[in-house]
Write a protein that binds this ligand. Structure first.
Ligand SMILES: *Cc1c(COP(=O)(O)O)cnc(C)c1O
Length: 450
């Protein structure tokens, strides 16, 4: 009896979903860092091709996925929606647990869902080279893969601590044809400035973004790609939730609660926005839970304010939950969740009380990941274990109350390149870090006044 739901080729979603069309309150404008006035499409042209800029500000509900992008998606999509019957049995819960498994992609996570269209739109705009940052290496390897699909050069600035901890991710980027530089580096003004202040810095996503943006802004044939946070990235990821809606139809179920981990917010948005959209248009209500690491708690402890997306303060100002753009998150094992800010769209939904947020400790998440491995047979990415932890907690509440709720989470990736983290966990070498109110105050000192 199969508990796996795919979709036939003729039923695959042909559109992305744009939640900007259904927001009850419009999203606050993005501001120019100098004038503090709303920016226009032209301001973003040094960094992005016009198709992506127009997607960033579009209020069309559905945007068609171009045929070449759908063909590249077909290498690994649809991803399965799987009923976690073995986990349910092990927990002894009356709840039904489903997960959408994005680990089937060429790089093992959801990230190619946006890397592919970003490479495609740059390609048709005549761009030859893409720069980007990567934290754990997931985004860098995904963009390198997408670059290989469309014949583009990909130049990746990799956060130094990950470059050292994750040599296989670096090798993967190179296998797909990309170039990797540990960040901060001597290749950019931004990198040299940081290295002068702190030669031993572990680096951060904020710094790597500064370097990648600088290279794109100073080379005419080069544009920049971001792996999360921006509206168009979140929209590309909605292929995940659009498939899940159809797969739940097949399963004859609908979730009561949907859960995903949040770093910059893209896999969370991709999985949940199509369900939130149904609700906003008068459809079924659903509880939506974002789960972040206690060591980098932007949604639960950050301030909702205008802030820079990078450390050297080159980017426009976005209104988001932030820990301050100079905040360098501790080197926790969920590298993909180490970002000082949260996507403006996700932050906005939190302010509107359309989503909940919670923070979890690393060791609790690894424990949940191990339980999941031993029942469902997939070793999850450390990032994804945050969603699993929350799903298990929800299922255990159902065990107490006797409710048979439908719980669904996004398994954003597998952990086969993260086995060192699991080894550290089993060796008892993983620490729980609490982010104190004092840390919050300090980190927020530099948030600009708007
Ligand atoms: C990058 C990554 C994340 C976090 O990024 P979001 O933009 O918040 O989705 C989560 N899970 C995995 C497996 C990742 O690679």
């Amino acid at each position: 009896m199969s508990k796996k739901y795919y979709l036939p080729e003729d039923k695959l979603p042909k559109n992305w979903y744009n939640i900007l069309a259904d927001l009850p309150v419009p999203l606050p404008a993005v501001l120019h860092p100098g004038t503090k006035q709303p920016i226009g499409p032209g301001d973003l042209e040094p960094l992005f091709p016009m198709d992506l800029i127009l997607q960033e500000v579009s209020t069309e509900r559905y945007i068609e996925i171009p045929q070449p992008v759908r063909e590249a998606y077909n290498i690994y999509r649809p991803s399965p929606l799987i009923r976690a019957t073995h986990l349910e049995r092990a927990l002894g819960t009356p709840a039904k647990i489903y997960y959408k498994y994005e680990g089937v992609s060429p790089t093992g996570s959801h990230k190619p869902n946006s890397a592919i269209p970003q490479a495609y739109y740059n390609k048709i705009a005549g761009i030859k080279k893409l720069t980007t940052e990567t934290g754990a290496g997931q985004w860098g390897s995904s963009l390198a893969f997408a670059g290989a699909m469309f014949g583009m050069d990909v130049d990746v600035f990799m956060v130094r601590v990950s470059y050292e901890q994750k040599p296989y991710r670096k090798a993967m980027i190179e296998t797909f044809g990309g170039r990797v530089t540990p960040s901060p580096s001597n290749r950019t003004n931004s990198g040299r400035k940081i290295l002068m202040e702190d030669p031993d810095t572990p680096g951060s996503l904020g710094i790597a973004i500064s370097e990648a943006v600088e290279v794109a802004a100073t080379n005419a044939d080069t544009k920049y790609c971001l792996g999360s946070v921006l509206n168009h990235v979140l929209m590309h990821q909605t292929i995940v939730g659009n498939e899940a809606l159809l797969q739940f139809e097949d399963a004859g179920d609908y979730p009561d609660v949907i859960i995903a981990c949040t770093g910059g917010g893209s896999n969370f948005a991709g999985f949940t926005f199509p369900f939130i959209g149904e609700q906003l248009r008068g459809g079924k209500k659903v509880r939506v839970v974002a789960v972040e690491p206690a060591a980098c708690p932007s949604l639960t402890k950050g301030r909702y304010a205008y802030d820079f997306g990078d450390t050297v303060q080159l980017t426009p100002l976005m209104k988001m939950h932030t820990l301050g753009s100079s905040f360098i998150p501790p080197a926790i094992h969920s590298g993909g969740l180490r970002y000082h800010g949260m996507a403006p769209l996700v932050s906005h939904l939190k302010e509107l009380n359309l989503i909940e947020a919670r923070a979890e400790q690393q060791t609790d998440c690894f424990a949940a990941g191990v339980t999941f491995s031993r029942t469902e047979g997939i070793i999850p990415a450390p990032e994804s274990t945050h969603a699993i932890k929350a799903a298990i907690d929800e299922a255990l509440i159902c065990k107490e109350t006797g409710e048979s709720k439908v719980i669904a989470f996004n398994l954003s990736g597998n952990g086969y390149f993260d086995m060192q983290s699991y080894m550290n966990y089993f060796a008892g070498a993983i620490q729980d870090l609490e982010y104190s109110d004092d840390d919050v105050r300090k980190a927020l000192e530099e948030v600009p006044v708007v």
